[in-house]
Design a binder for this molecule. Sequence first.
Ligand code: PEP
Length: 247
Amino acid sequence: MAIGTKLIAGNWKMNGLREDGAALARGLAQRAIAAQGGMPACELLVCPPASLLAIMGGLLAGTGIALGGQDCHAAPKGAHTGDISPEMLADAGCSHVILGHSERRHGHGESDAVVREKILGAWRAGLVAILCVGETQSQRQAGRATDIVSAQLAGSVPNGATSDNLVVAYEPVWAIGTGLTATLEDIAAMHTTVRTSIPAGTRILYGGSVNPQNAAAILGLAEVNGALVGGASLDADSFWTIARCCG
Ligand code: PEP
């Protein structure tokens, strides 16, 4: 993957019934088809709930918009009620999977070691792992943001990481879904720190309340190789506007 090409990834989280998902997919597909020759200068990825992967795969086929999962189990199959395996995501048409999102770390108690195993599972299935890291507000206030993020990277990036199989998303926990964003200076500084711990050329996305109003400034930072977008990815216009900020 070329680091020069930014990646804009939409994380729909646990939102969308078939009708909503189809409407959003059609909205994106229409924009992609209408934009022929004038597509945003980035790669686009949407990560809907698992229940929508099949319908989304069909609707986005031929648009150049890739499909990803929001989480997976580390194992290829077995007695893991309620889980989905990396192989199942790949079989459903996914090229990427988000792992270690703060809503998994904090809501489901996922440790760095668990995230690391999941990344290995994703690679086994041929998926690109989008590893999320980020500090809480109290950790930032205590001056520990850099140490926390560095420790998350050390604990969760397995040997064998390359710029082709890994993307890192820096997502300050306090900025996710809150309307708060890190300052441009803090984003640039943290991305510079992250870069010292990962293979050369690996893309580093910023995530945390990215929206059409702030996207141009954030994506304009040389240290930022794309965005992981939650709330604003649920609206085709907003997501497309953010993507167009890539140039
Ligand atoms: C996310 O879900 O990763 C995220 C960054 O959400 P939001 O854009 O809504 O803050």
